[in-house]
Each structure stands twice: as structure tokens, then as C-alpha cells.
Design a protein around this ligand. Structure first.
Ligand SMILES: Cc1cc2nc3c(=O)[nH]c(=O)nc-3n(C[C@H](O)[C@H](O)[C@H](O)COP(=O)(O)O)c2cc1C
Length: 401
């Protein structure tokens, strides 16, 4: 509802915009990160030309429009705008040298740059994350820059990798919230503690001819810090492998967690509905009561889970791949924590028990995989007892003092 006319005219008149200091403008706007793209065209003689822009943006889906903002005095853009089409190449994090070459050189910008013509003939740069080929829809002058609207004709994602970012005058890369590549003091502590129980973990592997591994919880990941493989098939991932703790996986780490932590874990499921939360909470309750978690073997689902995890790691943990991991992890819910009924037989993929650690140490767990199929309830219970025994030894080793 609009206000009465009197109150709109009362008081001071709207002030004229004050002159803005150029340094303050650049400094303030530099706090907004951008991607980095190379807009390319082909000159009449077939040679590639281009300019680096940070001002690339998606504008409209229907019709498909994008925009970028070249300076009105840009000599590069003066050449580019005479071409019938252009291609926006979204640079990858490892293409900073190429970016610097194209942004700073006058001649020979494309020396040593691999490219191929796109469907409309504009250069598609090899190794770029994605490209969008367009025709000029509109070029509009706005202060000392143009607003260039491009009509999208063709586009594709080329490489599942991190894009190059520009922030506060420097280049960088996106770091997903839960991932820090730097050496982690908690991880080193966990690896030390795992070493103290190596003999017992080995013993367990040999006794049951299975694979055993020690996992440490580092923020939202379970990281493998020790592995002993004695099963016929080595199915445990390499040391240092990180697996995001997404429900129902990682329930053992939640048995003593405060409600806010459990809530954050439940929230990591792709479906955050009350029904799914209730289901995961029930599974967590089972793990709390029993002191272990089981995962039934369903080879096809487990293979998809492994593939999603490996794509996630290989892509530098891109958010898109993380969503794929969340999705396949959610599909494991039906396999999680089957009840052990006397007289039955089980095909299990893994058993996990928590290792109680002292305050200040990362949470740790023991996992058994490579388990023979069609195992009797008694056999499964003997595996669980073996894991609980090593967990108790580890708890003593990790106790303070
Ligand atoms: C990361 C980065 C982002 C840039 N973004 C833009 C931009 O959005 N618009 C623009 O006109 N120039 C931008 N530039 C500058 C141009 O790439 C290029 O250096 C400039 O156009 C050179 O001047 P010239 O076109 O007269 O040769 C950017 C440069 C870098 C390194």
C-alpha cells in the first residue's frame, strides 16, 4: 500500500547521488567474487581473437540470454563486436596462465592456446569448464562500459572441474565448505592413534580373513587412516580416502553427538522431509542401542555409491558431484542396520563400530569389509565382538594420561 502524498513530500528532498571515489568503488565491488571467462571470436582471416571478462552473467532463460560488460574504450571489444558470433569460455582453475596471456597481450594472445571452432565458428578453448556460443542481441552503452546481451545458440559443459575465480584483485578457486586440503592436525592425531592399534586390527583381519580399516571423523567426512586387507577381495579404498558423512552413513559418529550435531547430519540427506528424518533417527537409535552399524550387500547399489564417491573426489569435490553422492547414499537406507535374527544368514557389505576416544581427539571408528557371504547370525556376532574388542583396546590407547 502506498503512503499518503503528504508524507512522501514531507522532510528533506531526495539527495543527488554523491560523487563516488573510484578507489572506494573498486575496493568495495572487489569484495564480490566473479568467475573468469574469455569471450572469443574469429577474425575474417580465420585467426582467433578474444578478451578476458569477469563480468559474465546469465540473464534470461526464455529467451536464453547472457551478458558481459566490456569497457567502451576496449580495443579488443571494438574488434570482437564486428564478428557475427562470439563464444564465452568459462576458464578452469588451472587456466590462470592462459588468462594472464589473453588479458595482457596485444598480439599473439592465442599463441600456444589449443582451440577448435564452435558450431557458429567461434573459438572453443580446450580445457575450459564450459562454453556458450552466442550472437549479439543488443549492445547498450552504460557509463564507461557496454552492456552486451548475447543470444545463446549452443552451449556445453566440457570439463567437470573447478572454475577459475577472481576476488579482491587476485585469482583463486572455490573451496567447498567441508573440504580443506591443508594437512589437518586432527588427521595426524587420528593416524597416530590408529598406529597404536595396528597389531590388533591386523590380528582381526587375519583371524576372519576380512578387510579392516580405521576411520577418523574430520568435520563432515570419514577419513580412512589405516587399512589391513586380508579378504579375498581388497574392497577398502586407499588411505586418506574421504567419504562425506551423509545419513544413514556415519550414524556411529552420531551416537553421543549433541542434538544440533545430529540435526546437521540429518540435514545432509538429500530429502529433509519429516518422514526421512524420522527414519534416519530410528536407524540412529538402533545403532545407539547395539553399538554397531551393519550395511547389507547389494552389489549394484554399492558399486554406484563407489563410483559417485570416486567422481566426487576426482572432480575436486564439486558441489554437483556431492549431490550425486548424497543421492546414492540415501538409496542405501534400506540396506542399513538389518536386524540380526537367530537362524538366518546374511550378505553384508560392512560392519562399523565406534572407537570411544578421549576429549579433544577426533572421533574414530573401525570398519570391517570383504565379508564372506551367507554368514550365519553367530558368525556376524563373532565379527561384531572382534571389532568391539579392538575398539576397547583403542579406547584405552587413546585415553588421556
Ligand atoms: C580477471 C579479469 C577480468 C576482466 N574483466 C573485464 C571486464 O569485465 N570488462 C572489460 O572490459 N575488461 C575486463 N578485463 C580487462 C580485459 O581482459 C583486457 O585486459 C582489456 O580489455 C585490455 O584492453 P584492450 O581491450 O584495450 O586491449 C578483465 C581482466 C581480467 C584479468
Amino acid at each position: 500500500m502506498s503512503r499518503p502524498a503528504e508524507s512522501r513530500t514531507a522532510g528533506s528532498r531526495p539527495t543527488e547521488p554523491r560523487p563516488i571515489d573510484a578507489t572506494l568503488f573498486r575496493e568495495t565491488l572487489g569484495h564480490y567474487p566473479t568467475g573468469v571467462a574469455v569471450v572469443t571470436t574469429t577474425a575474417d582471416d580465420g585467426t582467433p581473437d578474444g578478451m578476458v571478462v569477469g563480468t559474465f552473467s546469465s540473464v534470461s532463460l526464455d529467451p536464453p540470454l547472457i551478458a558481459f560488460f566490456p569497457a567502451v574504450n576496449s580495443r579488443s571489444f571494438a574488434r570482437l563486436r564486428t564478428a557475427p558470433a562470439f563464444c564465452v569460455n568459462v576458464l578452469a582453475a588451472d587456466q590462470e596462465p592462459l588468462c594472464r596471456q589473453i588479458a595482457t597481450s596485444w598480439e599473439g594472445k592465442f599463441d600456444g592456446v589449443d582451440w577448435r571452432p564452435g558450431p557458429l565458428g567461434s573459438p572453443v578453448i580446450e580445457g575450459a569448464v564450459a562454453w556458450i556460443e552466442c550472437t549479439f542481441e543488443d549492445v547498450h552503452e552504460a557509463g564507461d562500459h557496454f552492456v552486451v546481451l548475447g543470444r545463446v545458440h549452443e552451449l556445453a559443459v566440457e570439463r567437470s572441474t573447478l572454475p577459475l575465480l577472481f576476488f579482491q584483485g587476485g585469482y583463486g578457486r572455490f573451496s567447498p565448505g567441508s573440504f580443506v586440503a591443508a594437512p589437518d592436525p586432527e588427521l595426524i592425531q587420528a593416524a597416530h592413534l590408529a598406529e597404536t592399534i595396528r597389531a590388533q586390527v591386523e590380528e582381526l583381519s587375519i583371524e576372519f580373513e576380512v578387510n579392516c580399516s580405521v576411520l577418523a571423523r574430520i568435520r563432515d567426512d570419514a577419513v580412512q587412516v589405516l587399512a589391513t586387507n586380508r579378504a579375498a577381495v581388497v574392497d577398502s579404498p586407499p588411505l586418506g580416502h574421504r567419504q562425506p558423512v551423509i545419513p544413514p552413513m556415519g550414524a556411529v559418529f552420531m551416537v553421543d553427538a549433541v542434538p544440533a550435531e545430529v540435526d546437521a547430519w540429518l540435514h545432509r540427506a538429500p530429502d529433509d522431509s519429516p518422514e526421512t528424518r524420522a527414519l534416519h533417527s530410528t536407524l540412529l537409535e538402533k545403532v545407539r542401542e547395539r553399538g554397531y552399524s551393519l550395511l547389507a550387500a547389494e552389489p549394484e547399489l554399492l558399486e554406484r555409491h563407489r563410483e559417485a564417491l570416486s567422481a566426487f573426489e576426482q572432480s575436486d569435490r564439486l558441489p554437483r558431484q556431492e549431490r550425486a553422492v548424497q543421492q546414492v547414499t540415501a538409496e542405501l537406507t534400506d540396506l542399513f542396520c538389518p536386524d540380526l535374527v537367530p537362524g538366518r544368514h546374511y550378505d553384508l557389505a560392512s560392519i562399523v563400530v565406534l572407537v570411544p576416544t578421549a576429549e579433544g581427539l577426533p572421533q574414530m571408528a573401525l570398519r570391517m569389509t570383504g565379508l564372506p557371504g551367507h554368514a550365519s547370525t553367530e558368525k556376524v556376532e563373532s565379527w561384531i565382538d572382534g571389532l568391539k574388542w579392538v575398539a576397547r583396546v583403542a579406547a584405552t590407547a587413546g585415553a588421556p594420561g
